[in-house]
Ligand binder design. Structure first.
Ligand code: FAD
Length: 412
């Protein structure tokens, strides 16, 4: 492989004139791939980021969702120098309240018991995207291929060769390590013949915002109902993000309701704890599947974020977990002589497997346990919530999991 450094060009396709070899090629510039590019920018590694979508042109380019970042993610973003840019738009989550409609069992956590100012922060995805984008635009050594789609991969002992379709035609890029950050339907995973366990939940998440008649006081609510969980997460002022998991058969109807009908139904499902639901934002629907890659690495390739594991959003863990993938990988890469060496890949797999299996299993358990109407399970759920609330060791374990601290590498 050649050793030529990137030759950044103008905005958009900074890879103009790039000679075709790097140390680490990140395939996919979503939140996770871009976070990794930022994490590696102060290392001596020559990094390329390849993203199929064109650069965001305006505010409207971003997904309208908010992302609930846990404390571990705040720490990682702080270490990456991204947190300051998010702070102004990050609404603190001071407490969480988990309950089931029609039952009195409740779990309640407060930031103070963890010795923290906040358990986490609800941040517009747009703000995270913009903050990462700014950092990427200030990284002169990063070779940015965008829009460019990776359309083929070949592996040798010393590295990989990626085939790229760019606006200027086809080109190849060699790398010692390819990082698959290409999302739930990872093409890299498919080309490498790595199996994935897939579960279609036959549900969609309807995401919107509501304005309330009472202040939320920084409390995030997860309310399980027979018709799917409904989460309300603090936004500035009297607003909250609303994520309503909806059985597939009802999605069209719920999406088609008038604002008044939707508000009345959401209010009925949630109850009166936050006063009246007064106003509704725009609605978006996201199909929900779980995709777990059977491997986190293959020779000269590593999987991060949704390409490694795509989870149901019920516990707001997907991006938080992906960011811990990034932190662990960045820490290993900073010390590696060869970024694609087998020892590094096994170390990554060892470090990430436990955290990701635990979070994936717990999230799936929550979805399935709370989607089941059998009376025996209703009793188990009820006592489960009571036990989590009252038993100190269980409470501590759940809190640590919630904060993301159990999977936090040394870097943060
Ligand atoms: C309704 C909902 C609410 C959520 N809420 C939360 C939350 O509160 N907290 C939380 O932690 N997580 C949450 N998540 C999960 C979170 O959104 C995802 O985990 C995260 O966005 C995944 O990012 P990613 O970069 O791994 O993948 P993606 O966002 O899928 O990015 C993959 C990128 O790869 C690019 N790409 C794909 N193929 C190629 C190719 N061949 N060549 C070049 N580029 C390619 C794509 O264009 C894309 O930009 C939520 C998810 C949903 C659906």
């Amino acid at each position: 492989m050649t050793q030529t450094l990137p030759n950044p060009g103008a905005d958009g396709d900074r890879a103009v004139g790039y000679a075709g070899a790097c140390d680490v090629a990140i395939v996919g510039g979503g939140l996770v791939g871009t976070s990794l590019a930022v994490a590696l920018q102060d290392t001596p590694l020559r990094v390329a980021l390849i993203e199929a979508a064109p650069p965001p042109q305006s505010e409207a380019s971003w997904d309208e969702r908010c992302i609930a970042l846990n404390d571990a993610s705040r720490r990682i973003f702080l270490a990456l120098g991204v947190w300051e840019a998010l702070r102004a738009e990050a609404e603190p989550i001071l407490a969480t309240h988990i309950s089931e409609r029609g039952r009195f069992g409740v779990s309640h956590f407060e930031a103070a018991e963890a010795g923290l100012e906040a358990l986490g922060y609800n941040v517009p995805l747009r703000a995270i995207g913009k903050a990462l984008e700014r950092r990427v635009s200030q990284a002169p050594r990063l070779a940015l291929f965008r829009p460019a789609r990776v359309c083929g991969l070949a592996r040798g002992d010393a590295g990989v060769r990626l085939d790229l379709e760019t606006s200027g035609g086809r080109r190849t890029l060699e790398a010692k390590l390819a990082v698959a950050a290409d999302g739930a339907r990872s093409a890299l995973r498919e080309w490498l013949g790595i199996e994935a366990q897939t579960r279609d939940y036959a549900q969609q998440a309807i995401v919107t915002a509501v304005r309330l008649s009472r202040p939320h006081r920084g409390v995030a609510y997860e309310r399980f109902t027979p018709d799917g969980p409904l989460a309300l997460i603090p936004k500035p002022g009297l607003a909250m993000s609303l994520v309503w998991t909806t059985p597939q058969a009802w999605v069209e109807r719920r999406m088609g309701w008038s604002e008044a009908e939707f508000l009345a139904a959401a209010q009925e499902a949630f109850g009166g704890r936050l006063g009246r639901f007064l106003e509704l934002g725009r609605r978006w629907a996201y199909p929900l599947t779980r995709v777990l890659s059977e491997r986190l690495t293959a020779p000269r390739v590593v999987f991060v974020g949704n390409a490694a594991q795509t989870l149901h959003p019920v516990a707001a863990q997907g991006f938080n977990l992906g960011l811990r993938d990034v932190a662990a990988l960045a820490e290993l890469l900073a010390e590696a002589a060869d970024p694609g060496e087998a020892e590094l890949l096994s170390a990554y797999e060892r470090r990430r497997a436990q955290d990701r299996d635990r979070v994936a299993d717990l999230t799936d358990l929550m979805v399935r346990a709370f989607s089941n109407r059998a009376p025996v399970l209703a009793q188990a759920r009820h006592w489960g919530l009571v036990a989590v609330d009252l038993l100190p060791p269980l409470r501590r374990a759940v809190l640590q999991q919630h904060l993301g601290h159990l999977g936090l590498p040394r870097v943060s």
